[in-house]
Every structure is written in structure tokens, then in C-alpha cells.
Design a protein. Structure first.
Length: 270
């Protein structure tokens, strides 16, 4: 059972990084190099595709366009009660060399905490942080973020959801916690490029939320610099492609509708 769980954890955590562009394009080039002697045309074609893909994804204009195409501030359809809580979606965690602090929130998680802190101070609403472990022998991201929220931002955390492994489970498990405490709706804090998948997940969970996105892409015209390769463009492209693929998978049924949502839909249809 442990081996099966480890394999599933590998598939969820590492396979996307290994196979998705831009890293996946390196494998395409490697295969092209391997078959070059036996299948010259195929080898050249694969290496050309890999190189062209890497080059395009390294351009700020391409990475920015992929990210900007995802960003959404649209609310869920229908009437939504006034939110009485704030949900912060966990993102990344990372190990540290300090033996007293084995792991800490990553940069994406800290950005979301900063956005949640602004909203929490402005509204006085209680905060739920959701996110399970992203690495073997690491504490859940929600715990890491909760510690940082209290220590860095000086704000309390009412709930920590530590079992979820993806955005779909973030929504389902958070909704269950908040319903139990009589919270009818909440703000959801995440990056703008992650918001479409987050809203879809909460819709499938049958839980109404209002988006509170952060870091929307700014399409500034930087002239020639938009067309020169830069490492940050690869990172943007990776995040964007990860979200586009995840959003497509969720729309095709990877994030199934919960019984609560199905009952709500059936009642509405009747």
C-alpha cells in the first residue's frame, strides 16, 4: 500500500515537472538526438520542434500571453451570499538548510498569504488555509502557511485543511469544514492565473465563493525586450501550461461534482 501511495505521489508531484514544457521539450530534443543516426529526418524534426518550443516559451511576450489568457476575476454564476470567511489556497513549500525549520512556504504561497492578510485586515473575516504535503516528510503546506501567517503577518488562522492534494480537493475539503461551522460562502484567495480552476473546483463542490485574485498579469509594452529570451518567461510558461492542462482535465471530469453540488443542481433544474 505504501509503494502504491509513493507511486501516486510521484505521478502527481513530479511527472508534470518532468514531462511538461519547457522541461518536456528537452526530452523531445534528446529523443531526436538518439534517433538521428538511424532516422535522420525524424531526428532533425524532433530536435527542431524541441528547440523552437524552448525558444518560444522563453520569450516574455509568449509567457505573458499564456498567463494573461488564464486570468479571471469573474464570479461564480448565481446569487452568492455575503462572504463570512476567507479561503487561502496553498501553493508551494520548500526545504530549508536550517535544522530548526525543516520547511517553509514557497514564494507563491507567501504571495497568497500577503493577499489574504490585506483582505483579512480590511474585512476582519476569519481565515482558512488549505493545502496538504507537497514533498515527502514535509509538513502540509497549510501548516507551513499558517505558521507564516501568524508569525510574519501577525494574524490568526481559524481553520487549517491539511489533507488535500490538489485544487479540487482544496475546494471539497474546505467547503466541508466551513459548512460544518455554518459559513455559507467565502472569498477565495489565489493567483489570478489559478482562479479559473479554483472557481470550477468550488462550483463542483457546490460551495459559493467570490474571487479575490492577486498578481494579475500586466501587459506592458517593453519593446524589443519582449522578444528576447528570459528565464522568467519559462517559469510563466510552465505555470500557464500547467493551468491550461489542469483546467481542461477538470472540465473533462477530473474534478467530479460532489453530491451536495449535484443535489443543488437538480433542485435548481426542477
Amino acid at each position: 500500500m505504501t509503494a502504491a501511495n509513493d507511486f501516486l505521489h510521484f505521478l502527481r508531484s513530479y511527472l508534470p515537472i518532468i514531462l511538461m514544457p519547457p522541461t518536456g521539450l528537452l526530452w523531445v530534443m534528446l529523443v531526436g538526438l538518439i534517433v538521428l543516426k538511424a532516422r535522420r529526418r525524424l531526428g532533425i524534426a524532433l530536435m527542431t520542434v524541441g528547440f523552437a518550443g524552448l525558444f518560444l516559451l522563453s520569450l516574455p511576450v509568449v509567457g505573458g500571453a499564456l498567463i494573461a489568457g488564464l486570468e479571471s476575476t469573474e464570479s461564480m454564476p448565481g446569487e452568492i451570499p455575503t462572504p463570512t470567511a476567507i479561503i487561502v489556497l496553498g501553493a508551494d513549500g520548500e526545504r530549508t538548510p536550517d535544522p530548526l525549520v525543516a520547511a517553509e512556504p514557497g514564494p507563491l504561497s507567501m504571495q497568497r498569504l500577503a493577499g489574504a492578510a490585506l483582505r483579512a485586515r480590511a474585512t476582519g473575516l476569519p481565515v482558512l488555509i488549505t493545502g496538504g504535503s507537497v514533498g515527502r516528510d514535509q509538513p502540509p503546506v497549510a501548516e507551513l502557511m499558517g505558521t507564516a501567517f501568524k508569525g510574519v503577518f501577525g494574524l490568526p488562522v481559524r481553520w487549517e485543511e491539511t489533507a488535500s492534494e490538489n485544487t479540487c480537493e482544496n475546494a471539497k475539503f474546505s467547503a466541508a469544514i466551513l459548512r460544518k461551522d455554518g459559513v455559507a460562502s467565502a472569498y477565495v484567495v489565489t493567483h489570478a492565473w489559478h482562479m479559473p480552476r479554483a472557481l470550477l473546483s468550488f462550483a463542483r463542490a457546490g460551495y459559493p465563493v467570490l474571487p479575490a485574485p492577486l498578481q494579475a498579469e500586466v501587459n506592458e509594452d517593453n519593446g524589443i525586450y519582449d522578444y528576447l529570451p528570459h528565464t522568467t518567461a519559462w517559469l510563466r510558461s510552465f505555470y500557464a501550461l500547467h493551468e491550461w492542462i489542469g483546467l481542461m482535465a477538470y472540465r473533462l471530469g477530473a474534478c467530479e461534482q460532489s453530491p451536495v453540488a449535484a443535489a443543488t443542481d437538480n433542485a435548481g433544474a426542477g
